[in-house]
Structure formats: C-alpha cells, structure tokens
Design a binder for this molecule. Structure first.
Ligand code: PLP
Length: 398
C-alpha cells in the first residue's frame, strides 16, 4: 500500500478526521471468526465490527445474496415498493411484537425516528407540551444531536451544547427513580433492555415489566433500544423476550444486516401508524441491497440454529470467565447475557486490549474499565476456549 509519501498509517491519518483513535492495524480479509491484517497476521475476532457481523466474516450465503442483489437492483428510493424490504419487515414482525416497520441506515437514525414518533404520537393524542423523553444514566443511543442528547453520559455532550431540549434521566434498574423523574410533560421512556456502551449492565428482573406498567398507566410510549442487544446477541432474537415484556417501539441496527448498514424502527400498529407521508423519510432506508443482506441474517437466526449456538457458547464463556475470576486478580464482575459479555476490571481496560491484540485477539471496551466481548454468533467451542485462554494470559500479565 505504498504510493504517496509516508507510511500507510500516516497517509490514512492525514486524510481521515481524527474522530476515532484507531489502533494501528489494517484488516484486509475475514472468514468466520478470523480476521487477517495487511501483514498476514491472523486474529480471533471477539468484536464482530462492534456486534454487527453476527454471521461472522465471509458468510457464503450472505455474500451470494449481496452479490446477486447488487447485480439485480441496488436502490430505488422509498417512492416505490421493493421485494427485499417487505420480506425483512414481515420477518421482523413475525418474530417480534411488531406490526409496522420503518427502515433507516443506522442505530442513531432509528432512535432519532423513534423519538420523533413518540413526540408526534403524544401531540396527535394530547396536544402540545407533552414532549419529554425519560432515559437513563449511563445509556447510549447514538451521536446525532437528538440521540446524544438522549444519551445519559456527559462525555458525549461535551462541546455540542446546547443539547436538544426534552431529555431527562433516571437510574438504570431503579423503578423508584423512574417514578420520581416522570412528569406530565413526558411522552416516552427510552431504554436499552441491556445497557451496552455503559458497561454491559443487565437490569434486575422485573425492571422492564415495571416500565411497561408505568407507560400503560400514563399513556407513554415505551421504546426499547435493541440496537446492540437485538438480533440474537443475547441468546433470544430480542433481549426483552427473556422477560416477556413488549414495548410499543423497538429500534434495531448493528446485527440486522450482518455488517451491512441498515437500521429499523419496529412498532405496534398503534405506534407504527403515527409517522405519515411528509413527517419522516430516508433516501436509502431499507434499499434492496441492504435488505437482501438482512433477509439472510433473519433466516439464519430464526431457522439456522445460530441463536442456539450463541446460547451454548454463552454458557461456555460465562463458565470459563468465572473460572478465570477465581484464578486471576483484578476481575470485579462478569456481566451480560448470551454473547453480550462484559468483564468489569479494577483498572483501565486499554492495556488489556493492546495485549490481546498483540496475541492475535480482537476485543472491545465499554467505558474505561469494562472488557466487552461481542463475538460473531457463529463462534465455535474451540474458538471460545482460545479466546478464554488469551484473556486469562492478558489479565495475568498486569
Ligand atoms: C451502537 C448503538 C447505537 C448507535 O448506533 P449507530 O449505528 O452507531 O448509529 C444506539 N444504541 C445502542 C444501544 C448502540 O449500541
């Protein structure tokens, strides 16, 4: 990758905005849970492009569907119908509480639309003034102005004030705090069924059901942000299905396209008929290309045994991590569900991630001190063992 002056990484850093603090690795190829960099080094991927590549890399059915659809039809806009979009919408509704779907391109955009939906629903029914959305501290909902304002972490607000008006925060997992925070000006509660970026936090049993009850009592729209915990990640297609609680609206993205950018708002009939022509739109949203990918993902998850594998590998991961916790100092807690796993450490996680990467294992952080694992849902038992051994080694070197 020569050519212009300077190393490849120097060239890249000259033209890309300095938004990410990228690690000095350039991936060129993947297969299953393996990645290869431009020097030919092989890695075990426990990050899946931040939980997106649920079928792993290089999945043959996914690649074929994308290739065939690309040759047939990529984009027509939402001024017309297209077949893959309807198939994915039907699939999402068949396998969830949903009755109506709106497609967009990312998680933030799905949450942005869900917030608009909740505001308009309340306004249509109750008139102006009832527009506030109650969210939670340590949440994460995206980087657009409305979704960063809805995010309960000051670090994402810094420099972008004034924030969008109308967001308040309660303590995650604490129903009393929610009751205290709700006012007559609220129209919705926005919550991750399991907090992701905030540190992989599973709320106490009954919390989501309690939110459902409060929303029913006060005519609030209950929005579940399933962008990270959806699409089989937790061992069910959607995390709230573990609790048997139904929202009015859920947002999905990350795993939905298996790595291809697609987001969706899934809603009940009552909530899903609020956004009418002229009130919301997306040029690319749900185009034939990305929906061809999402159709393969949905089929694999609902019929292909992928979620059963995720549940089995989860049991193996949690048992292995508990054993490591007994042998190695510095692990404060192991949290999560399915293959959405957080290991809370007593020190910063960044050096652990560097050590893992040097040893050929890619993992993630959630905040400063949580090691986060979001492997492809197709990970094998042998790969889990390999990952566990590398994690133990990296923690021992501290
Ligand atoms: C990643 C994430 C988002 C934002 O998704 P983008 O596709 O990056 O816009 C929103 N909510 C949750 C819970 C997420 O994990």
């Amino acid at each position: 990758m020569g050519g212009m002056a300077g190393s490849w990484i120097e060239r890249a850093d000259r033209v890309l905005m300095p938004t990410y603090g990228r690690r000095p690795v350039t991936f060129v190829r993947g297969a299953g849970c393996r990645l290869w960099d431009d020097a030919g080094k092989r890695y075990l991927d426990l990050a899946a492009g931040i939980g997106c590549c649920c079928l792993g890399h290089g999945d043959a059915r996914l690649a074929a569907a994308i290739g065939e659809q690309a040759a047939r039809l990529i984009q027509v806009s939402n001024l017309y119908y297209s077949e893959p979009m309807v198939a994915v919408a039907e699939g999402l509704c068949t396998h969830s509480f949903g009755e109506r779907v709106f497609f967009c391109n990312s998680g933030a955009e799905a949450n942005e639309g869900a917030i608009k939906l909740a505001r308009k629903r309340s306004r249509d029914q109750f008139g102006p003034g009832r527009f506030r959305v109650l969210g939670f501290r340590q949440s994460f909902h995206g980087r657009t102005l409305a979704t960063l304002s809805a995010t309960g972490q000051a670090k994402v607000w810094k420099g972008f004030e004034p924030l969008v008006e109308g967001f308040d925060f309660a303590d995650y997992g604490d129903l009393a705090s929610v009751e205290q925070a709700l006012t007559d000006a609220h129209c919705a509660i926005l919550v991750e069924p399991i907090q992701g970026e905030g540190g992989i936090v599973v709320p106490p049993a009954g919390f989501l059901a309690g939110l459902r009850r409060l929303c029913d009592e006060r005519d609030l729209t209950l929005i579940f942000d399933c962008v990270q915990c959806g699409m089989g990640r937790t061992g069910k297609l959607f995390a709230h299905q573990h609790e048997g609680v139904r929202p009015d609206v859920m947002t999905v993205a990350k795993g939905l396209g298996g790595g291809v950018p697609i987001g969706a708002i899934v809603a009940t009939e009552a909530a899903g008929t609020v956004l009418t022509p002229g009130s919301h739109a997306s040029t690319f949203g749900g185009n034939p290309l990305v929906c061809a990918a999402a159709r393969v993902v949905l089929d694999a998850l609902t019929e292909g045994g992928v979620i059963a594998n995720a549940a089995a590998r989860s049991t193996q991961f949690f048992a292995g991590l508990a054993a490591i916790q007994g042998r190695v100092a510095g692990m404060e807690a192991v949290r999560g569900r399915g293959l959405m796993i957080g290991v809370a450490l007593d020190a910063p996680v960044a050096p652990i991630l560097d050590r893992l990467r040097a040893a050929g294992v890619i993992a993630l952080a959630a905040g400063e001190r949580v090691l986060r694992l979001l492997p492809p849902l197709v990970i094998s038992a042998a790969e889990v063992e390999e990952g566990l051994a590398a994690i133990e080694q990296a923690l021992r070197q501290r």
